[in-house]
Write a protein that binds this ligand. Structure first.
Ligand SMILES: [Mg+2]
Length: 214
């Protein structure tokens, strides 16, 4: 994690000089899953609090590095593994609605890139969500926290992500980064292409860049 310095103004960040990003309808967007679509951190924290007798709340997090809050690596990974095995993890407000609209308006499969070592666990949890009879075509890939390989292999132009660790790398690789603002990244000082305060905000942006009707 970068130092938790105050957020820099990022609107003026000169991304265009390095980016070969397509614009308009053909812009290919990928979505991270944990912390963006699924409220996985809540499941992880509940497990940690239960086994350690702690009371860590999400708003206390200033980074993804829970070791800073006195959680040892073993406990953390046991909690993450516990989350991976859940049949269902709650989505964030507006996530399914927006993803469904994007899928319906573009007619394209939804592409998710996860840092999970076993992307299959994430695919299973996405399929278990209540899509209200409109389950979109879902592609899940990934396997490492640094997603550059998957971004380039899939010709992604823009990723929606909550983990700021590799933002600079992605931008340097010509991929735009949309930060889904969460408690653990709100103070991170990294270059971002666009910040999103939630899924409705994200929908307004997608609708604009892809010229959708919705
Ligand atoms: Mg994430």
């Amino acid at each position: 994690m970068p130092d938790p310095l105050p957020l820099q103004k990022t609107a003026g960040y000169d991304m265009q000089s390095k980016s070969v990003m397509r614009e308009g309808k053909s812009m290919k967007i990928a979505f991270d899953i944990d912390g963006v679509v699924l409220n996985s951190i809540e499941v992880i924290l509940e497990h940690i609090n239960r086994v350690m007798g702690k009371n860590i709340v999400i708003d206390e997090l200033v980074s993804w590095e829970l070791e800073d809050l006195g959680v040892d690596f073993k406990t953390l990974w046991a909690a993450v593994d516990y989350m991976y095995h859940q049949p269902r993890v709650e989505p964030y407000h507006g996530a399914l609605e927006t993803l469904t609209k994007i899928h319906q308006e573009t007619g394209e499969p939804l592409l998710f890139i996860t840092g999970r070592r076993d992307p299959e666990t994430a695919l299973r949890q996405l399929r278990a969500l209540d899509w209200n009879g409109h389950m979109p075509e879902i592609i899940v890939t990934g396997g490492t926290r640094d997603k550059r390989t998957y971004l380039l292999d899939n010709a992604v132009d823009f990723i929606i992500e909550d983990d700021v660790r590799h933002f600079r790398d992605y931008i340097e690789a010509g991929v735009g980064v949309g930060l889904m603002v969460r408690p653990w990244n709100r103070k991170a000082s990294v270059p971002v292409t666009r910040r999103f305060e939630g899924w409705h905000d994200l929908w307004e942006w997608v609708r604009e860049v892809k010229s959708l009707d919705g």
